[in-house]
Design a protein around this ligand. Structure first.
Ligand SMILES: [Fe+2]
Ligand SMILES: [Fe+2]
Length: 290
């Protein structure tokens, strides 16, 4: 089943040729060796479909939308599935781009995990690499791309100018609600990021689905891996508490593996599968609620 068959760059529900196009854009934005100032010069790297994607994301991710999606998905009534079954299910999200050069969803997960493993990180950290994008199954539930991927950001308070394409927030209905546009909005100073509603997407979903089985740093890595304004640019510290500050070091540690582990070598699933089967079984029951 493909939900990605959309002509690139057109005003469609899914402007990206695949959700990977967003990941590639972020990787280009933070290309190794780029200076801090150059991070902000993402426009030349942008392409029309990515721009249209962000226009939709920033326009439609309202506080109300987030509340509604949380109600819909945090009942976990989308079936029971093991981690492997979820990975195989995610792989049915077909990419329209060249199959010879583009990696399947599971290959990205394995490359991320293998890079973490090569660095001798703890087993739970390797597991984070393997599961971190499984929340993209939201696409297969019929969610539009703007509600699955994209840089995440808090809703219900002022938008940071450290968020990519901040100009697109002008079209978000929340931007015309003064109470939602103060520095703290509906939140208290340093209330803790767990009390802050983030734009809805694959980070929050995989965090919620897996949180009972993984240690706290893993939960932060999953939940905030697309929160670039915070983990790359230091924004929103005024909503974080001491614990968050500490835990965001882990989010920062995870990010390069996500961004830079794409290599020419395709992981050989047959060789590494036993390792990942054991790893998944060490932390997760045979099936979890999605
Ligand atoms: Fe992701
Ligand atoms: Fe990823």
């Amino acid at each position: 089943m493909s939900v990605t068959n959309q002509p690139a760059g057109q005003t469609s529900k899914n402007p990206l040729t695949s959700v990977e196009e967003w990941d590639d854009f972020v990787a280009a934005r933070y290309k190794k060796g780029k200076s801090g100032e150059e991070f902000r010069n993402y426009a030349p790297d942008a392409n029309p479909s990515v721009t249209e994607f962000y226009r939709q994301n920033h326009s439609y991710q309202t506080l109300e939308f987030v509340r509604q999606k949380r109600q819909q998905y945090l009942k976990f009534d989308h079936g029971k599935k093991g981690i492997w079954a979820a990975a195989e299910y995610l792989n049915t999200l077909i990419d329209d781009s060249d199959p010879d050069t583009d990696l399947s969803q599971v290959e990205h997960l394995l490359q991320t995990a293998e890079a973490i493993r090569r660095d001798g990180q703890p087993r739970w950290f390797v597991l984070v690499g393997f599961v971190h994008d499984l929340g993209k199954v939201l696409c297969l539930y019929g969610e539009p791309q703007w509600a699955v991927v994209g840089d995440t950001f808090p809703v219900g308070c002022a938008y940071s100018d450290q968020i990519v394409f901040p100009e697109f927030f002008a079209a978000n209905p929340d931007s015309r609600v003064p109470e939602l546009q103060t520095k703290y909005g509906i939140y208290e100073p340093n209330c803790g990021i767990e009390n802050v509603l983030m734009s809805w997407g694959h980070d929050e979903y995989i965090y919620q689905v897996s949180k009972n089985y993984l240690p706290e740093p893993a939960q932060y890595m999953l939940r905030y891996h697309s929160f670039y304004a915070a983990h790359k640019h230091g924004a929103y510290r005024h909503l974080m508490n001491k614990r968050d500050e500490e835990m965001f070091n882990w989010v920062v540690k995870f990010n390069p593996y996500d961004l830079y582990s794409k290599g020419a070598n395709r992981p050989n699933l047959r060789d590494i599968r036993p390792f990942y089967e054991d790893l998944v079984a060490e932390f997760f029951p045979p099936e979890i609620d999605w």
